[in-house]
Design a protein around this ligand. Structure first.
Ligand SMILES: Nc1ncnc2c1ncn2[C@@H]1O[C@H](COP(=O)(O)OP(=O)(O)OP(=O)(O)O)[C@@H](O)[C@H]1O
Ligand SMILES: [Mg+2]
Length: 600
């Protein structure tokens, strides 16, 4: 006995071992569900299809949480098919000819006949291949309650697409075999669904393929292990990317700044110039590692005088973000004051405007001056906030008193070093990596931080405009700091430059938490555009109110929401024009050292 079985055992052992690796720990079958290694599962088959299907018709089902789709397609012999179809058409014609059918049956028979004729044409005249097809769907969940909820959603989803699902009652085992990666398609589950090639192709459910532009910088890898490679400067035409901007969004600690530093470093290594506004002193090790220019722009050592207009060639435009000349710059100055002291009355605002014009006039700077003459002025020749304050002090009336009282801190109080005096920024025109740091203002009132954020943003924007090189990044971290519903001009400015940076060959990178702030009713139009104007969006771990807002903004599927809720630091969804990919940000050890200093 033992001897007889010995050779069989020798042959079986290796396959047995392999099967043990693949096989579930335990399987249990019930009439309409099954248990797979402790999880709940239910197998469905699509019973009836609508006459026509849209491209990607299986995608909605495949994107539902816990749903796996399995498609069997078996090529058919064309000659036999035509014979079979002829027979069916004959049968249907006979049934229709009796004229004794109920209207609803009549309609169904006519439709079936039309479908059969179309199919025959496709095979015969267009020489299209035909496949016998079957679609199986498995819903899985950790517990039956969740499973039944998911099953209901799947049924609803398919019904909405005009398909009828059938629970494989008492056939869960055969269903699981058909749905699994074994290719076991039981004869009893093979219907007469015959599809020409285009319908099979349209079923392809993997709407979110990889993102690989073939060149550019690596961001990480996707869920299939493929490289996520993006070339924002020269992307493939079919990618549908209309600009070079990036929005990086998550709650605190999601890994936004990390991902941003990594992209900056890799872009810089390929010759891109980088300009950064850093409220958190996070980019200092990196800028030092690449021997760029780090500037403390919080008022102590370096001052940016908001009243000094940039030296730029005349563009002939009077747009606040692109225009040059004193008129355009004065608008920015007024926005700056509005951001710093948002609750001025209309009269006080008018007086402030008068004061600003007067201090320019006092220095011999007038609206009629040519851009060349303006460009020749040196920093001490420009008026500053201290001059506006001093002018106000010389005027009489209660509104002037209120205005000067509100300007006192900046004019001669603790903030006088920040804005009251000539600009002292070192020349940065030739630097290829500039970080403007405003971290020392972290304990200052919000309005001060916000006004300086705007002031520095304006300065960096002027650097971008002055730069003739083709590739540059303008990066703003913690962009939510700029938002104040009472002073929406600051956000408007950001929106405007995010749109116009394209003209200067630049890419705007907005990095932020507090998405809901961007969508608040008072700023919604501008805030939403800042977030959605970017052709690239990287959503890292999400939750709560922000996830709801992002779902509406970017039409996130249930699976995407699920994945974002459970993402680890450094994982997220990259949306790049028409493409989406789940990406894990990969960092090389030498990059970590460059980004955080040698101690990491
Ligand atoms: N892809 C990654 N690989 C390894 N570590 C990462 C990655 N992403 C982030 N981290 C680490 O996680 C921490 C938080 O990341 P980061 O500072 O980038 O978050 P953030 O989203 O910018 O947060 P905040 O909104 O507070 O600025 C950091 O210590 C960072 O080094
Ligand atoms: Mg950060």
């Amino acid at each position: 006995m033992t001897k007889k079985h010995a050779p069989e055992h020798r042959i079986d052992r290796p396959t047995q071992g392999l099967q043990n690796i693949f096989a579930p720990e335990a399987l249990e079958f019930f009439p309409t569900a099954c248990g797979v290694s402790g999880a709940w599962a239910r197998v469905y088959m699509i019973q009836a299809f609508p006459p026509t299907v849209d491209a990607g018709w299986l995608t909605p089902a495949a994107n539902l949480p816990g749903v796996t789709v399995s498609l069997h397609a078996r090529p058919q012999d064309a000659a036999n098919m035509i014979k079979a179809l002829n027979r069916r058409i004959g049968g249907l014609a006979g049934q229709l000819a009796t004229g004794k059918n109920a209207p609803i049956t009549e309609q169904r028979l006519t439709q079936e006949m039309e479908d059969a004729v179309t199919l025959m044409k496709q095979i015969d005249a267009e020489q299209q291949g035909i496949f016998q097809c079957g679609v199986f769907l498995v819903v899985t969940a950790a517990d039956p309650d969740t499973g039944l909820r998911r099953a209901k959603r799947l049924e609803g989803q398919m019904a909405a697409q005009g398909m009828r699902l059938r629970v494989l009652a008492f056939r869960q085992e055969d269903g699981l075999k058909a749905a699994g990666p074994w290719g076991l398609w039981d004869k009893a589950l093979q219907g007469d669904h015959l599809w020409p090639v285009p319908v099979v192709a349209a079923s392809w459910p993997f709407g979110g393929g990889g993102i690989n532009h073939g060149s550019g910088i690596v961001l990480g890898h996707d869920s299939d292990g493929g490289l996520v490679l993006i070339n924002r400067w020269n992307p493939p035409a079919e990618s549908g990317l209309t600009n070079k901007n990036f929005a990086i969004l998550s709650p605190p600690g999601g890994g936004k700044s990390h991902a941003t530093k990594l992209m900056m470093l890799r872009e810089w290594a390929l010759g891109t110039k980088v300009f950064v506004l850093d409220p958190e002193r996070e980019y200092r090790p990196l800028v030092q590692a690449v021997e760029g220019t780090w500037i403390n722009a919080a008022g102590g050592q370096t001052r940016i005088n908001p009243l000094q207009a940039p030296a730029l060639p005349d563009t002939g435009e009077d747009d606040e973000a692109t225009g040059t000349g004193l008129g355009t710059h004065m608008q920015r100055v007024l926005d700056f004051f509005q951001t710093y002291i948002p609750d001025l009355s209309p009269l006080q605002r008018a007086l402030l405007e008068q004061a600003v014009e007067a201090v320019y006039a006092d220095k011999g700077i007038t609206l009629g001056m040519s851009p060349e003459a303006l460009n020749r002025l040196t920093p001490p020749q420009w008026p500053h906030v201290g001059d506006v304050y001093a002018y106000g002090q010389q005027q009489n009336g209660s509104d002037w008193e209120i205005l000067t009282a509100l300007l006192r801190t900046a004019g001669e109080g603790v903030l006088r070093d920040l804005w009251s005096g000539p600009s002292t920024v070192p020349p940065t025109q030739d630097a290829n990596f500039v970080v403007m740091d405003i971290h020392d203002l972290q304990d200052a009132p919000d309005a001060v931080k916000r006004a300086q954020y705007l002031n520095v943003l304006g300065y960096l924007w002027d650097l971008v405009r002055a730069d003739r090189s083709e590739r540059k990044l303008l990066v703003v971290d913690e962009a939510w700091m700029l938002i104040d519903p009472q002073a929406p001009q600051a956000l408007k400015f950001m929106k405007s430059l995010s749109k116009r940076i394209r003209k200067y060959g630049g890419s705007f990178m907005v990095v932020t938490q507090n998405i809901a702030d961007f969508l608040a009713p008072a700023v919604a139009g501008d805030g939403e555009q800042v977030l959605t104007n970017a052709a690239y969006t990287l959503l890292l771990r999400q939750g709560g109110k922000d996830l709801q807002a992002l779902t509406n903004l970017f039409s996130l599927s249930d699976t995407e929401q699920d994945k974002l809720t459970n993402a680890r630091v450094g994982e997220g969804l990259l949306i790049a024009g028409n493409d989406r990919a789940w990406v894990t940000i990969d960092t090389a050890p030498h990059e970590t050292r460059l980004m955080y200093g040698p101690q990491r």
